[in-house]
Write a protein that binds this ligand. Structure first.
Ligand SMILES: [Zn+2]
Length: 740
């Protein structure tokens, strides 16, 4: 780690990837925002000065395309979604210090200022490039107005992104076999002058930067391929009306009009100045220029509201800030190559860390907004579930960079076993015991008349419990410095687990008569543990932990506490506690699953009746059918001995790469504890190979070796179904562990 551990003396800025103002939010979308909220709250608990900001991404072609479909202006369309998002986040206790949008004045001005600086520093140049053009519609085709084949992997791709294949950013002119999405006709390439940002001039800088960058390993490793290869300059302008004008355009409008006639615009469309095929007067900035600038603009707006004494955006962004970007893994390249280059070129500080989350699936398959195969954010709340339950599920179900599957049944299991069974159970039983026997926190000061002078942090708490709370704080802190909200979030759950074990082992209910002093001490310890849980679990479950805080008789907000408060004595008296978490019944899960299935079926039958026009889906989706024909269960039984002949082991993928010439095969290096194995698996097209490293898998270790496409396969990866859903472990079994 090249940076000082948190908490530092610097102001920190935690940002969340801007939601695109183009649709409704489902619970899968919430993952990065929940992660960002937990991370920023955790930093504050550590005592770090922190601003948590984001905003809606209003520009770009998807908004323009959809607004046109609805017959409204792009601004109206995007603002409607922006307002919806702004209202939805707080309902999930996601509380940004500032939530702006990219079309507001602050962001417009700041973006133009940054581009002007880049230009003044010599990082911007003009170049004539081929741009897709639809002759029938008489219109340029930026980004999503054009589709075709990815020049890198051949997959079907959109104009600016290979969204179904290698996930690369695509420059204008790169897409092969271009088709206009306006008319469905083949598009032409025509020469057109555009502005470029010379990212390649910053290659040396970026190579050093990536070595310093912290965060999740996908965000630190994936960009190396781009940064160490031939770095492309980015075209930063588009032929569109919707967006932020290229700065200085109004002053030079006359010149560009002149250019226009010179560069030989198409004959016959002189009457229509709005879609003139050349000249730079109608260029707007590419959406990926102004979108990340919103991180800075939003921080600036926060400062304007609270004052620079509370948080100084200029110190954070131009001098010595610890900037942490929390994003989905599909936009790693933008945040680790393009954006740091822009910041560097314009004289801003570089990001300290990028945390890139994995995707989220629903019952093992992709969310599909067009099929209504989703649990919508509003719907979750309308079903009466507390937001903190979902926050806990999303934050702690897997590592941040791993894909997470949501199902109502898994959700129920984790809520019931961990939140109800572990955390809720400990809090309720210990506080109820304290209330009934001591009307609050037992007074054990007489037992500790000496200890209070020994410098103990929690004078009235037993040494064992004090040490265990210290350990929980260390785990919490380590989680933050490892950029793992799962680790920091689990610190409190593990403390509650200890609490249950502690109360069970010491049986205070037996001691109340035999040894009241000992009983008082045990309960005093438990109340302190409860208070420590309130402090450490607050970032994950702010609503529930505020309720606990009040149950403990504490004043104010847990948000204003820090880790040291975990050792402060709780108030002497408190009332009868109430259970904080409620069990989810099996019937409820069945009901929710049925609702989901019915809705998907309804949407599918509706779309069957419609003109069969395949609706574009914004999500990573699979085409798997809802009703699968399962293979019949095998009739022949095998003996336990026969089963035991299989040597099945837990492994961890070290590396994964495609095998040249084989469409479906990937070569995996798998650590199985005793050794590393090379295994060939048919998962090339079904998984993002770059993100597999670090994943736990299950393999058959004693299968005969085989040769596939000239590559030896020494073992078999277990995976379910046609989609090759890779088997993994539920707990922490280490590589090499035998599966039995
Ligand atoms: Zn591709």
């Amino acid at each position: 780690m090249s940076h000082e551990d948190f908490p530092t003396e610097n102001p920190a800025v935690v940002t969340c990837g801007l939601p695109y103002a183009n649709g409704d939010l489902h619970i899968g979308h919430l993952r990065t925002y929940v992660g960002g909220d937990i991370y920023s709250r955790s930093l504050r608990t550590l005592g770090q000065q922190t601003a948590f900001v984001s905003g809606s991404d209003m520009h770009g072609t998807p908004v323009a395309v959809n607004a046109e479909k609805e017959g409204v202006t792009p601004e109206e369309f995007a603002l409607r979604h922006h307002e919806k998002y702004e209202a939805t986040f707080p309902r999930f206790n996601i509380e940004f210090d500032n939530y702006g949008h990219t079309h507001d004045e602050t962001n417009t001005e700041l973006t133009q200022e940054i581009v002007r600086t880049l230009e003044a520093e010599g990082y911007v140049y003009e170049k004539e490039i081929p741009v897709a053009y639809d002759p029938d519609a008489d219109q340029w085709l930026p980004d999503r107005f054009v589709e075709g084949a990815c020049p890198y992997c051949g997959a079907h791709a959109r104009g600016d992104e290979c969204d179904e294949g290698c996930a690369r950013h695509l420059e204008p002119g790169e897409i092969e076999d271009p088709t206009s999405t306006l008319t469905g006709n083949p598009a032409e390439y025509r020469e057109r002058e555009h502005k470029f940002f010379a990212v390649s001039d910053l290659q040396d800088y970026l190579q050093e930067f990536i070595d310093r960058l912290e965060g999740t390993s996908n965000a630190r490793n994936q960009p190396r391929e781009w940064i160490e290869g031939e770095l492309q300059d980015w075209c930063i302008t588009r032929d569109m009306d919707w967006g932020i004008d290229y700065p200085g355009v109004s002053e030079s409008a006359e010149d560009s009009e002149a250019d226009q006639t010179e560069s030989g615009r198409d004959e016959g469309d002189e009457s229509d100045g709005s879609s003139s095929p050349s000249g730079t007067s109608d260029l707007v900035l590419y959406v990926w220029v102004d979108a990340p600038v919103e991180y800075v603009s939003s921080t600036k707006q926060y400062t304007e509201r609270v004052g620079a004494d509370t948080f100084d955006w200029e110190v954070a962004w131009k001098d010595a800030g610890d900037i942490v970007h929390i994003i989905g893994r599909d936009i790693i390249q933008h945040h680790t190559v393009f954006w740091p280059a822009m910041l560097r070129g314009a004289g801003y500080v570089e990001p300290r860390a990028v945390m890139a989350s994995g995707f989220i699936t629903l019952n093992g398959k992709g969310f599909s907004t067009s099929r209504n195969r989703a649990v919508w954010a509003d719907e979750y709340l309308d079903e009466g579930f507390h937001p903190d339950l979902l926050r806990y599920y999303l934050a702690t179900n897997g590592g941040f960079q791993q894909d997470v599957d949501f199902s109502w049944s898994k959700f129920k299991d984790r809520v019931n076993s961990e939140l109800v069974g572990t955390v809720g159970n400990f809090l309720y039983r210990s506080m109820l015991f304290a209330y009934r026997n001591f009307e609050g926190t037992p007074d054990v000061s007489e037992l500790h008349s000496e200890a209070s002078e020994t410098g103990s942090r929690a004078a009235e708490v037993s040494e064992e419990v004090e040490a265990r709370i210290e350990e929980a704080i260390d785990e919490f802190e380590a989680g933050i410095n490892d950029y793992s909200v799962r680790k920091s979030g689990n610190a409190a759950v593990r403390l509650a687990q200890f609490g249950n074990e502690y109360i069970q082992r010491n049986e205070p209910w037996k001691l109340t008569d035999e040894d009241p002093e000992a009983a008082a001490q045990v309960i005093r310890d438990c109340v302190q543990i409860a208070k420590a849980i309130a402090v450490l679990f607050f970032p994950v479950a702010p609503g529930k932990m505020q309720a606990l805080w009040e149950q403990l008789g504490e004043d104010g907000s847990v948000a204003d506490t820090g880790v040291d408060d975990a050792f402060e004595a709780p108030p002497a008296s408190f009332g009868e506690p109430e259970a904080l978490f409620e069990k989810i019944e099996d019937e409820r899960v069945e009901e929710l699953n049925e609702k989901l299935e019915a809705r998907v079926a309804e949407t599918e039958s509706e779309s069957d009746e419609s003109d069969g026009d395949a609706e574009e889906d914004m999500d990573a989706d699979t085409d798997a059918d809802a009703d699968i024909d399962f293979e019949p269960i095998a009739d022949d039984r095998i003996s336990f001995e026969e089963f035991q002949e299989l040597d099945i082991r837990v492994g961890e993928i070290v590396a994964a790469e495609g095998i040249d010439g084989a469409d479906k095969l990937a070569k995996l290096t798998v650590d199985i504890g005793v050794e590393e194995r090379q295994i060939v698996a048919g998962i090339k097209q079904l998984h993002d190979l770059d993100s597999l490293a670090g994943s736990k898998v299950v393999i058959v270790a004693n299968l005969e070796k085989a040769g596939l496409f000239g590559v030896e396969s020494n073992g078999m990866l277990l995976a379910a179904g046609d989609e090759a859903d890779i088997l993994t472990t539920h707990g922490d079994a280490v590589p090499g562990t035998k599966v039995q």
